[in-house]
Write a protein that binds this ligand. Structure first.
Ligand code: SF4
Length: 82
């Protein structure tokens, strides 16, 4: 099953935790906020990336480390994982 990672980027505080935990999937941008690398950019500033099963655990770890809870993961049915 594939999963979808959603990032509420406008509310990211740029702590860098996700970038350390899931290096390669996340990076800090020049504006001090994180980006999901290769993410789809949505109009409202949100980011979205479909990931495979093998990447779920590292993305869950990143999401659970976020102090402002702006990283969410859903399965393909829309059920919230994190
Ligand atoms: S852990 Fe959350 S607040 Fe920190 S950089 Fe990542 S998305 Fe932003």
């Amino acid at each position: 099953m594939a999963y979808v990672v959603e990032h509420d980027r406008p509310n990211c505080i740029g702590c860098g935790s996700c970038c350390v935990i899931a290096e390669g999937f996340w990076e800090l941008d020049d504006d001090g906020k994180a980006n999901i690398t290769k993410a789809e950019q949505l109009k409202n500033g949100q980011q979205r990336l479909e990931i495979k099963d093998k990447d779920l655990e590292i993305m869950k770890d990143a999401a659970e480390s976020c102090p402002v809870n702006v990283i969410h993961i859903k399965d393909k049915t829309g059920k919230s994982i994190v």
